[in-house]
Write a protein that binds this ligand. Structure first.
Ligand code: 13P
Length: 252
């Protein structure tokens, strides 16, 4: 049995003051959603404030990125040990980081290993572009992202990875993959690639989220699919009601 996980990726939105207001609005009802792992991923500057507000709740906190080195001359970066002071999760390899900040499968792999070494749960994003999708390359692209990004993990920790399947063309566009198509990619591409690395049992244990224009009113369609174990939510995670509705949908 895989516990569903619903994570809100706030991206570059919300000041600290806005973050406090949103979390305060969310916590009472989000806390009542049982049987689902709930995670908020604000910007780095809001992490401490959000951490304080989440204390004593069962809502997890995640960063949106991190460096793989422990410390040193890496201006502007934040290290795994710093993230782990406040967070339990970290998003790694989001398509926006791959597209705008030169993230590669190689850096993803270093970050995933560093996250696991310090006890963080990495939420690793994979997904194809519109051109790749149209060219019928989804399986090849996503398989490669899994095989390269998640290779050589400690086999004991591999089951704890969370994968987010986010077709790039569905992010922030209002377009979604059909729930059946998204499920097929998870079932026929992502889990087989995970099985190649860590065996069938681990591939079945790893949670795989869908991401890309998930909203309160379409979340249940995705969560009804047998291989989709929750969502990585962008825009709708910035609205308390919508995010709570998504978490409730995951609770079934
Ligand atoms: P949207 O939900 O805004 O499409 O964003 C999805 C996403 O990129 C989450 O990481």
């Amino acid at each position: 049995m895989r516990t569903p996980i619903v994570a809100g990726n706030w991206k570059m939105n919300k000041t600290v003051e806005d973050a406090r207001a949103l979390v305060s609005e969310m916590v009472p009802n989000l806390s009542k959603v049982n049987g689902v792992e709930k995670v908020l991923c604000p910007t780095f500057v809001s992490i401490v404030a959000v951490s304080n507000l989440l204390e004593g709740t069962e809502i997890g906190l995640g960063a949106q990125n991190m460096h793989w080195e422990e410390n040193g001359a890496f201006t502007g970066e934040v290290s795994p040990v710093m993230v782990s002071e406040f967070c339990q999760y970290v998003i790694i390899g989001h398509s926006e980081r791959r597209a705008y900040f030169a993230e590669t499968d190689e850096t993803v792999n270093k970050k995933v290993k560093a996250a696991q070494a310090i006890g963080l749960i990495p939420i690793v994003c994979v997904g194809e572009s519109l051109e790749e999708n149209k060219a019928g390359e989804t399986a090849v692209i996503v398989t490669n992202q899994i095989l390269e990004g998640l290779k050589e993990l400690d086999p004991a920790l591999a089951p704890k990875v969370v994968v987010a399947y986010e077709p790039i063309w569905a992010i922030g566009t209002g377009l979604t993959a059909t729930p059946e198509d998204a499920n097929a990619v998870v079932k026929d591409v992502i889990r087989p690639a995970l099985a190649r690395l860590y065996g069938k049992e681990t591939a079945q244990a790893i949670r795989v989220q869908y991401g890309g224009s998930v909203k309160g009113d379409n979340a249940l369609d995705f969560f009804s699919q047998p291989d989709i174990d929750g969502a990585l939510v962008g825009g709708a995670a910035l609205k308390a009601d919508d995010f709570i509705k998504i978490a409730q949908a995951a609770a079934g």
